[in-house]
Design a protein around this ligand. Structure first.
Ligand code: ZN
Length: 551
């Protein structure tokens, strides 16, 4: 290697080198800016995998036509087939791509073909030599069907190489990737992430999730990503290796993955498979293209089937790339709007295996809630009890349990049902209801009004304009789990407060007496006086009368 060439880079100030700045957040997702030697890229970012020796879509077109700011290629393959060639005029010229170029180390080849004929040091030096913008050390992927003992060895050896690498790396202007291993053994993934985060890598990556994804074990993938994410420095980007199917981008982004690389667009095209943001389709089974990308707009499945082999493959590869960029743009807009959860729910309904993964998020609710912003640009859409995992709902529950104190004076609690109009206390329905109640219950000095409402539970009147308690839409009729959740919140609230009297306006139509029964039980346990009035029109008058008499 040319020493002069290396020294010129060493003198660069490290501070100039890299910065990752978060612009927008939603769940664990972020829109960020990463400065690389070849320009600043925006995350979440997909790196299409390019193989300069078999590439169907030229890299220059990936940038100009498809808008990809970065690509990834394999340093091991480059070294084997091109040797010094990429170093002569630089890697970017060699590839014909003037954006950010990431190189992988050949670790995947280790997994597929066994050992690679290159040492960890050689592959690091090679990546420095050819001038990658982002480069990867030669780790040992864990794989899927392996014993815990083998998994442990891959973690230890990857870590040993990562430590050694710090001694022999020369260039300071390359962003280095520290891979986290451990496979499905979550304790090992957590340990690997913890140890790796002690080393000064610019980017961390979760290794070998490809087989997990191929087996549709997205629930295990959630566990793996979270085991890594919860033990890595939050201010550094996280790359998910080998994740290239658009139907799971939303899931990975929501869990805090910033980068992906995809060979899927090309591999699937080879097998006549057509990617969509909700799954994989086979060209021969399609009558219509469910896509309006520039390729699909001008063709039909039949005309594409009749194309000669390479042309058909190129068509599918290009469509597959368009789908990937389209989905990433939708995800970014959803992050900006604070609607990533809604987008995620929509995508996870695409396949039961994805839906199973969404349900797994419950396990990580607390961690997600801490990162999720407390106000967002748009309100929430609540469709069914799957939404109960949302960070906004957990946050309200925590606030009510840990921070909220009801006003001091009132001794009575009036629990009124949610109204269609929001804020609840300004709605005509509530005002009308109030007008029918005895004077004492209308007096805020004597009575504290709270609403029972889906999906948040108890909403004190004085807070019902605070985001997101009025900024949400809920689908009726409520499902059983939602009704039970709200009933539980109401009963918890009664247990933790000291009202002398609780009056419930019972909306039997929407709540099926469930809230009323929970309320009654909590009051009995606390020895608090409990009364209810039914909301239905024909019983309304009679109930009010009964209430008046029992005062
Ligand atoms: Zn298309």
């Amino acid at each position: 290697m040319n020493l002069f060439y290396i020294r010129a880079y060493v003198s660069l100030d490290k501070a100039q080198k890299m910065s990752f700045e978060t612009k927008e957040k939603d769940l664990l997702a972020r829109i960020g800016k990463l400065k690389t030697r070849s320009g600043t890229v925006e995350t979440p970012l997909l790196f299409p995998v390019i193989n300069p020796f078999t590439q169907l879509v030229p890299p220059s077109r990936l940038k100009t036509e498809f808008g990809f700011e970065a690509v990834i290629t394999n340093a091991y393959i480059l070294r084997k087939h091109a040797g010094n060639q990429p170093a002569k005029n630089g890697l970017h010229k060699f590839l014909g791509f003037d954006g950010t170029v990431m190189t992988d180390s050949g670790a995947y080849q280790t997994l597929v073909y066994g050992d690679v004929e290159v040492t960890p040091r050689e592959i690091v030096e090679y990546q420095e030599h050819i001038g990658s913008d982002i480069a990867t050390i030669l780790d040992i992927p864990t794989g899927w069907k392996v014993s815990e003992e083998h998994a442990r060895q891959t973690v230890d050896e990857t870590l040993r190489r990562a430590e050694q690498f710090q001694q022999f790396k020369v260039r300071e202007d390359i962003l280095w990737v520290g891979p986290v291993q451990g496979g499905k053994y979550l304790d090992l993934v957590a340990e690997s992430a913890k140890e790796m985060s002690k080393l000064p890598f610019d980017i961390y990556a979760l290794g070998s999730p490809t087989e997990v994804m191929e087996r549709y074990r997205f629930d295990v993938l959630v566990d793996m990503i979270m085991a890594a994410k919860m033990n890595l420095p939050v201010e550094r980007p996280l790359h998910l290796f080998g994740a290239g199917h658009p139907f799971m981008f939303a899931l990975a982004v929501a869990l805090g993955c910033d980068f992906f690389d995809s060979a899927a667009y090309a591999l699937y095209a080879k097998e006549n498979r057509y990617l969509s943001e909700t799954g994989t389709l086979r060209l021969e089974e399609l009558e219509y293209f469910p896509c309006t990308c520039p390729k699909c707009a001008k063709a039909t499945p039949r005309t594409v089937s009749e194309l000669p082999g390479k042309d058909r493959e190129t068509f599918l590869a290009e469509h597959n790339l368009h789908v990937c960029t389209g989905e990433l743009k939708r995800i970014k807009q959803a992050i900006k709007d604070g609607r990533l959860w809604e987008h995620l729910e929509m995508r996870m309904h695409g396949h039961p295996a994805l839906f199973q993964a969404l349900k797994r998020l419950k396990k990580y609710q607390d961690f997600i809630e801490k990162s999720d912003p407390s106000t967002k640009n748009r309100g929430l859409f609540y469709c069914d009890s799957v939404g109960l995992m949302r960070p906004e709902i957990l946050r309200h529950r925590k606030k009510m349990a840990e921070k909220y104190a009801p006003p001091e004076k009132p001794t009575a609690l009036l629990l009124a049902p949610q109204t269609q109009m929001k804020p609840f206390h300004k709605s005509g329905t509530f005002k009308e209801l109030l007008s029918k109640l005895p004077e004492q219950l209308r007096n805020t000095e004597k009575t504290h009004v709270c609403f029972y409402a889906a999906p948040f539970g108890v909403v004190p009147m004085e807070l019902d304009e605070v985001y997101p308690l009025s900024q949400h839409e809920t689908a009726l009729p409520l499902d059983k789990e939602t009704v039970e959740y709200v009933a539980e919140q109401v009963s918890n609230y009664i247990r933790m407060t000291d009202y002398k009297r609780v009056i419930l306006v019972n909306d039997k139509e929407n709540w099926n007496n469930t809230v009323m029964k929970a309320c009654k039980k909590a009051c009995t346990q606390k020895n608090t006086r409990f009364q209810y009035i039914n909301m239905h029109k024909n019983t309304d008058k009679a109930s009010s009368e009964r209430l008046r008499k029992t005062r």
